[in-house]
Design a protein around this ligand. Structure first.
Ligand SMILES: Nc1ncnc2c1ncn2[C@@H]1O[C@H](COP(=O)(O)OP(=O)(O)OP(=O)(O)O)[C@@H](O)[C@H]1O
Ligand SMILES: [Mg+2]
Length: 327
């Protein structure tokens, strides 16, 4: 029977990846990925979860202690050179000569990848356009803002038109506006060049808005993997908030809520509870409150946020809260 290479159809495939640095506890404890061509795939986790370790193994920069990985069927251990030709990598810390202009840095990078002078120039034009670098490409990198730097980093990672682009925390340290504009650019890259994108992030919001699928990594273990909406659906819980017009009736309202859901609580001027079916429970609660003579000044039914999912899965607040960026 012919040998079937099942990794061929996937852009990124990893099985049983483990990594131990020196004698420390394992940074990765058996991690699997299967990323489809054209996907934007996010590895979400707090500081120290093992995100950079995984990304560096997938990009041939670090050897795993065990396990295997392939990029479009090319093995990261046995075929390093082939892998490096088809991937682009933007690390957390990037080093570029700050005295160059963005334009010069891109042209240099293209030449390093073997492009002729003409081809290099053409490629830089394309990338300046693709990543909207027109306003600052001719200025020295030393004077760039964080957002400009990250856009240039993205362009540098794309110089050789890789099939898979790896981004390690592409928006950490950026303000919310720059972060959003970088998300738009990442989407544009995928749309215009069909590049598969594998990124790591500490931001639930980023995973939610940008990624087709998200894997949640905690202490070297994948605790979940799904689309952002799938992760939320898996919770099968809606959140209800009831606000009494008269706060003195809070206790009675809370008692009514607790008859239905014992874990209901009084928090920041509202009664809060999680239920399986938000719409039905809200109707029922509204009727019960009216019957008890309690008027409401507010009623909200919300699907769970990715933060709630994170809390449920890991028992810890989402990395957004840990990182203090709030949401
Ligand atoms: N070169 C190294 N030598 C020893 N330990 C390391 C090394 N690099 C990472 N580690 C450890 O491995 C674990 C995972 O680190 P890693 O950098 O992969 O996490 P991360 O998820 O990328 O975190 P961050 O969000 O802070 O970038 C951590 O406990 C870290 O201290
Ligand atoms: Mg990292």
């Amino acid at each position: 029977m012919a040998h079937l290479d099942t990794s061929e159809g996937f852009a990124v495939m990893a099985a049983g990846l483990r990594k131990r640095y020196a004698s420390d506890p394992e940074a990765l404890r058996g991690v699997d990925f299967a990323v489809r061509p054209g996907e934007i795939y996010g590895l979400l986790g707090p500081n120290g979860a093992g995100k950079s370790t995984a990304l560096q193994i997938l990009t041939t920069l670090l050897l795993p202690s065990a396990g295997s990985a392939q990029i479009f069927g090319e093995d990261v251990l046995a075929a390093q050179r082939a892998v490096r030709r088809i991937i682009g990598v933007v690390l957390q810390e990037t080093g570029v000569d700050p005295l160059l202009t963005g334009w010069e840095a891109l042209e240099l990078q293209a030449r390093l990848f073997g492009a002729s002078r003409t081809a290099a120039r053409r490629r830089v034009h394309e990338l300046v356009e693709l990543l909207s670098l027109q306003d600052f490409a001719r200025r020295r990198i030393a004077g760039y803002s964080g957002g400009m730097r990250r856009r240039l980093d993205l362009a540098l990672g794309l110089v050789h038109a890789p099939r898979v682009l790896f981004l390690d925390e592409p928006t950490t340290g950026l303000d919310p506006l720059s972060r959003r504009s970088l998300w738009d650019l990442v989407r544009r890259v995928r749309r215009e060049s069909a590049t598969t994108i594998f990124l790591t992030t500490q931001y639930l919001e980023e995973a939610d808005s940008l990624c087709d699928r998200v894997a949640i990594l905690q202490a070297g273990v994948l605790v979940a993997e799904d689309s952002p909406s799938g992760l939320k659906r898996r919770m099968r819980r809606d959140l209800i908030e009831l606000e009494p017009q008269d706060p003195r009736l809070a206790d009675r309202l809370l008692a009514i809520a607790r008859q239905r859901q014992p874990e209901a609580m009084w928090d920041r001027q509202v009664v809060r509870l999680a239920v399986a079916d938000g719409a039905a429970a809200a109707e029922d609660l509204l009727a019960a409150a009216r019957e008890a003579g309690i008027r409401l000044s507010g009623l909200r039914v919300a699907p769970p946020s990715l933060d709630d999912v994170f809390l449920e899965l890991t028992g810890a607040p989402g990395p957004d809260r840990l990182a203090g960026s709030g949401s």
